[in-house]
Design a binder for this molecule. Structure first.
Ligand SMILES: NC(=O)c1ccc[n+]([C@@H]2O[C@H](COP(=O)([O-])OP(=O)(O)OC[C@H]3O[C@@H](n4cnc5c(N)ncnc54)[C@H](O)[C@@H]3O)[C@@H](O)[C@H]2O)c1
Ligand SMILES: [Zn+2]
Length: 685
């Protein structure tokens, strides 16, 4: 695309990206993926060879902090501005979004967003539209217009609330024209827009508005904007509140997943705890958020537990269940009150934000990133409420307007265009012994199929390294745990629950093998293998089952046992006996946990040499010596013993795990799948 301007003029797109990245890097300036920026400039039109005026504007979706050229929409300014003549009025302003496509210059780039009109119509070379907490605090104050005048004089204009769109662009353009001295405006209920003749000037004006608003709030705010401290609602000490969060999280995830399963995020930042420790938090939380970006992410309001952290856990759980029923009724009422015949269908009535005083905030989404950003947005909302209440009274836009944004046809269309989720999306997997071999392959496979994965192993650094190979912290985390230690297993499950909201798929894979004859097997050999594999699996299953049961979302427990659980050969008394123990745990737990919708199955691998720590740390050399082959030929040797003559790799075991817990085998429990390339002596019967 030939959009690069003459060498003599600055490159507007490059300047715009640099400015956007700087603005987006600081959370005080705008929320995640919120706001948009633009630049206008002249380039040579490749069709006519003559100059053509363009506007580069951040397109739909994407975040300013990481904006690149592909995130920009590029439009011809003359055509964009000509739309004013065909604009059919505010009732049909949504039609203008499709019209922007007819203004595009060249191909590629991002789809023009709803805010394109504001950028194109405002008569300034550079425009920033941002959602800073400080600016939204003024924008949502009951006397926001008067405050704007008091804080900024005539340098910042007030634009009354209007839904983002073509008309808002016209409004802002008119206000700028009528106020040539202004450097920007506060958009009621929404955010700020600033402009400048140069990129530096626009950026400086944006920052000036943001910082001036923040300084004014800091200086003039009432001492306790959220009211006095609420007796008994102070934050628990960190360890206690994390433990309580872990106990409550499965119930709360179940509540948030009534309509569809959700991944969770937990925050116990001071901002959240201070809000929940103050007297006004129930009133303010019920008023709901205001910035248009928030409604899809956080819903209009959160569910707030109205018990102090000293309440018995059972009471908190019971109350949360009651509040969930009330929340769903309330949300349905909101939908019914506001929906029109052409509104999109209700998207589910569960809360996306759940606030637990003294403990913290749980936020939910279709994946970890969405859940985390929902939590960030609610922190933005708390900051906004603090600022607005400090100076005035928090007065967000009214319910009907909130609904129009949440169920906006254009937003619905965006949702409908989303790619189909992967088969394990929203599932949270916990794999033990996952830093190596079969466990690592399982964790990798489950993540590739869309699950969030907790990689647990003896050594924290190894677990974290394996997790980092699989994906960033929104996909996989590493935790340390010796599965034979009850307290460490509890800490591992708690870590999983706090990282992703809960657990759905539990894989008992941790293990080790010491091939010894009966006479050579020491009590220590026996105990070690039984501690890790029999007791370890029992502990992991028991601890995780509590989470699975509390969530009420079913789930899977999968044991990596072995061909040796059924096959009898020499020099394997301790290992094969413990594998038989694990195999029977599968049947016992399938029988016991079926009533909770929890499936329990196993995989019986054999001869997985490549990538296996068991083989590389002695067992392989021993086996090779027993069979009289080179150690690096052991995999091929095993292959020749199989019916299919194929070598078994860790990935084949991982595929079996996915088959068991994926969307296809919903009616199978108590089963073992051999992954051994065919060993007749280990056939199950
Ligand atoms: N490799 C095979 O041929 C084969 C065959 C049948 C069954 N299996 C079973 O598959 C599982 C994985 O074996 P692999 O071959 O991938 O071995 P591996 O050594 O590569 O992986 C096992 C992992 O378990 C971890 N581990 C050991 N003790 C632990 C403990 N107490 N707590 C937490 N983690 C612990 C280890 O650190 C290691 O990372 C084992 O249960 C093994 O018995 C393997
Ligand atoms: Zn906006």
């Amino acid at each position: 695309m030939s959009t690069s301007p003459n060498d003599t003029t600055p490159n507007p797109a490059a300047e715009l990206i640099a400015r956007s990245n700087r603005l987006g890097a600081d959370p005080k300036n705008t929320n995640y993926a919120g706001g948009n920026t633009s630049a206008k400039g002249t380039v040579t039109d490749p069709v006519t060879g003559r100059p053509v005026e363009l506007v580069w504007v951040k397109g739909s979706g994407g975040d300013l902090g990481t904006l690149t050229e592909s995130g920009l929409a590029v439009l011809r300014l003359d055509r964009m501005r000509a739309l004013v003549d065909v604009y059919p009025g505010v009732d049909r302003e949504d039609e203008m979004v499709a019209a922007f496509d007819y203004c595009l210059h060249g191909k590629g780039g991002a789809a023009p967003s709803i805010d394109t009109a504001m950028h194109g119509l405002v008569d300034a070379a550079h425009v920033d539209h941002l959602h800073p907490d400080s600016g939204i605090a003024i924008a949502t104050a009951a006397d926001g217009e008067a405050l704007t005048g008091a804080i900024f004089g005539d340098k910042v204009a007030w634009v009354p609330w209007r839904r983002p769109g073509f008309q808002l662009g016209l409004d802002i353009a008119a206000i700028k024209e009528a106020n040539p001295q202004a450097v920007g405006c506060i958009l009621g209920g929404h955010g700020i827009t600033a402009w400048g003749d140069t990129s530096e000037e626009a950026e400086a004006n944006s920052l000036w508005i943001i910082d001036t608003a923040a300084a004014h709030i800091a200086e003039h705010s009432r001492p306790e904007p959220f009211g006095p401290a609420l007796q008994g609602y102070a934050a628990l000490p960190q360890q206690e509140r994390r433990a309580r969060a872990a106990v409550l999280a499965p119930t709360i995830r179940g509540i948030a997943s009534h309509d569809r399963p959700m991944v969770g995020h937990f925050t116990d930042s001071d901002v959240v705890l201070d809000f929940l420790a103050s007297a006004e938090h129930p009133r303010l939380a019920a008023l709901g958020t205001s910035c248009p970006d928030h409604f899809l992410r956080t819903k209009v309001k959160p569910l707030v537990l109205d018990l102090p952290p000293s309440a018995p856990v059972e009471d908190s759980v019971a109350r949360l269940q009651e509040l969930a029923v009330a929340y769903r009724e309330d949300y349905q009422g909101y939908y019914d009150r506001n929906a029109t015949p052409d509104s999109p269908a209700i998207r589910g009535a569960d809360p996306l934000i759940v606030l637990v005083p003294g403990v913290g905030m749980f936020s939910y989404g279709k994946d970890k990133q969405t859940a985390r950003v929902a939590g960030e947005f609610y922190v933005n909302a708390i900051n906004v409420m603090r600022g607005a209440e400090g100076l005035s009274t928090y007065a967000p836009i009214d319910e009907e307007e909130k609904f129009r944004i949440e169920y906006w046809a254009l937003e619905e269309a965006k949702l409908q265009r989303m790619p189909k989720p992967k088969p394990l999306a929203t599932r949270i997997a916990l794999v033990t012994g996952a830093a190596s071999g079969i466990g690592k392959a399982i964790a990798t496979k489950l993540a590739a199929e869309g699950a969030c994965v907790v990689v647990a192993d003896l050594d924290l650094a190894k677990a974290q390294a394996a997790a980092a190979e699989i994906g960033g912290p929104d996909v996989a985390i590493g935790v340390q745990a010796d599965v034979s230690d009850e307290a460490q297993v509890q800490a591992m499950v708690d870590a999983a629950v706090l990282a992703f909201g809960g657990v759905d798929l539990v894989v008992n894979n941790a293990g080790l093998s010491l091939s010894k004859s009966l006479l050579d097997t020491t009590v220590a050999d026996w105990d070690l293998q039984h501690d890790v594999m029999a007791k370890g699996s029992f502990l992991v299953s028991r601890t995780a089952a509590r989470v699975l049961i509390d969530q009420g979302l079913g789930g899977d427990i999968i044991y990596i046992s072995s061909k040796n659980s059924v096959f009898a050969g020499p020099n394997n008394i301790a290992y094969s006996a413990v594998k038989a123990d694990q195999a029977h745990q599968v049947r016992l737990l399938a029988a016991e946990l079926g009533q909770h919708g929890i499936k329990v199955n196993g995989v019986n691998p054999d001869g997985v040499v490549r990538g296996s720590g068991i083989f590389s740390s002695g067992w392989g050399a021993n086996r090779a010596a027993v069979y009289g082959v080179e150690e690096d030929k052991l995999g091929e040797f095993y292959a020749q013993r199989t019916l299919l003559k194929r070598e078994v790799l860790p990935e084949h075991c991982a595929n079996a795990v996915f088959a068991l817990c994926g969307p296809d085998m919903t009616h199978t429990t108590g089963l073992h799948i051999p992954v051994d390339a065919g060993v007749a002596a280990a056939f199950l019967r």
